[in-house]
Design a protein around this ligand. Sequence first.
Ligand SMILES: NC(=O)c1ccc[n+]([C@@H]2O[C@H](COP(=O)([O-])OP(=O)(O)OC[C@H]3O[C@@H](n4cnc5c(N)ncnc54)[C@H](OP(=O)(O)O)[C@@H]3O)[C@@H](O)[C@H]2O)c1
Length: 269
Amino acid sequence: MDLYGKTIVLTGASGGIGEEAAKQLARAGAQLCLVARREEELQRVRREIEAEGGRASIHACDLADPADLERCADAILAQHPRIDVLVNNAARSIRRPIREALDRVHDYERTMQINYFGALRLTLRLLPRFLEQGSGHVVNISTMSSQVPIPLFSAYLASKSALESFSRSLNAELAHKGVTSTIVYFPMVRTPMSSKTAIYKHMPMMDTAKAAGWIVEAAAKRPARVSSPMGTLGGLAMAALPGVVTRLSQPLFRQMDKQLKRKLQDDRD
Ligand SMILES: NC(=O)c1ccc[n+]([C@@H]2O[C@H](COP(=O)([O-])OP(=O)(O)OC[C@H]3O[C@@H](n4cnc5c(N)ncnc54)[C@H](OP(=O)(O)O)[C@@H]3O)[C@@H](O)[C@H]2O)c1
């Protein structure tokens, strides 16, 4: 699909992958509705888009707050008679061993609140418009770590898996009405989110420009999945032999963690 003149609602547009995706989508001619909590960052992104001749409106909103989300969805629907694509990109990540989360059910609630319920609520609010139009596309951002589960991210990965499952149901129920969905499985990307974990400093990662390109591809081509070959292969292996893959991969993850910690220690010495 040519994105020129299309209206795209993009959450998590105030930084990281979302900011870069907003700029690339605007360069492709789309009109952006930028959503995130930090209004001043959204204003900065809008200014940068407009300086390049693009078009964007901003909607400061805490997507984890249902009342705020309702208000934001109403404003977007009122301002835009047609909405073509929703990109559910806003998220939070928590890295913590399950054994240290025994009294922290709120870790699981917090990731669900934004990563799943925030994305779900916004999708449900825009869905009647998509059905009225006879077309609409939802891009749900997930992670390669749900294709091959890594340790230490149980709260984050559970919330992303819920979003993926909803995404597949949407395709199964509504594709024949013109409403479709893509799951994007990013590998590690260098952003404020991944930079919170100090030991990832030395991990090779995708840059935000390339990651944003995956979102543009998802919006324009509307495939069911955008994934790296490694993620797709890993997902196939997990589906066929989950026990074997988990047994073989877990020592590798532990080894990788040790190496990254050693490199970080070398930096500090
Ligand atoms: N970075 C990676 O390695 C990686 C890997 C796989 C998948 N992903 C996925 O890629 C997407 C983008 O991640 P990123 O690395 O770019 O993250 P990031 O740099 O932390 O950016 C997250 C964005 O979400 C917004 N956000 C967070 N909580 C929000 C809330 N309650 N309401 C509204 N907006 C909220 C933030 O804006 P405000 O703070 O202004 O609200 C920010 O714009 C996420 O879905 C993430 O799970 C990332």
